[in-house]
Design a protein around this ligand. Sequence first.
Ligand code: 5GP
Ligand code: MN
Ligand code: MN
Length: 327
Amino acid sequence: MKKATMIKLMDKLLEGECFIVTSHCNPDGDSIGSLTGLCMALRRLKKKAFVVMDDAVPANLEFLMRLSGASVLEGALPEKYSLIALDCGDAKRLCCSEAVKEGAESIINIDHHVSNDCFGDVNYVDKEASSTSEIVYYILKQISKEKKTELVDSAIASCLYTGLITDTGNFMYSNAGADSFKMACEIMKIGIDKDSIVKNLFQSNSYSRMKLLGDALETLSLHGDSIASIELTQEMFQRHGVDSNSTEGIIDYARDIENVEIAVLFKEKSKDDIKVSLRSKEYADVNAIAQKFGGGGHVRAAGCTISDTIENAKLLVIAELKKALKL
Ligand code: 5GP
Ligand code: MN
Ligand code: MN
């Protein structure tokens, strides 16, 4: 990342007095991790920092909201504030109302999506970074250096570590680079309870969610050797009483089949509103495919929404996946 962009961002964070921090809708570990970590750091810098997230925080990430004591904005908007958008590739996906966007004096966009369209007034978009949490970590280190203080304490480190391990699949994906391992090493030296984070994130599933996974696996299908799909319908969510946002990781079962290059998950949000998740293993650019349907993301993980029935969404997307893989 260019030094000048980093300095511009640091100035913006240091000169501001009041911030609203938000992220993308259907938040994940990186969005909540970077959001809680940055909010705590801003408060340590004696700034006002409020969280606005219109979607519910998934159950396995609630521990970060508790740990960080994140102040969720209640009541009227502050008179003057900058809006910090974390881990979000386009303004339409921000998890806050138009009023929150329009009321902001400026929008600070901090992200790592290849599809990011630089919608902010200040844009710090590092497409090489594993996660937004990694970007926030290195910004906070830089601010610490300038302020001659150590901003990243154990609580902030725990939030950022959560984002790092969720977006890299526990360092398994190709986006885990030298900076990611360096960050993990430094965080271990600061001291965090990494076992408790892993337990909260990956080992605290409800029984119902596991039964939902069972139903989802019943729908697992191959389309040729290299495409696998999974479906989750409203009927399944209702049968098991599981929130439709708690589906992180289910798509991995499709991707992890031998010879599969692209995995796709079709999630019925309502009868004609289908959330499509895409993952690739080695070479396919799923961001390019998601963009054909108005979505985006990363080369190996992307998504889009299709306003049609699940049957039609399947026909449309699987045809496009076959085209991309020249099947
Ligand atoms: P997921 O499939 O887990 O929802 O998302 C995978 C990646 O693609 C995430 O980085 C997410 O932010 C991005 N993504 C998912 N859906 C959309 C979408 O509709 N538009 C854009 N721009 N990005 C998306
Ligand atoms: Mn995310
Ligand atoms: Mn991310």
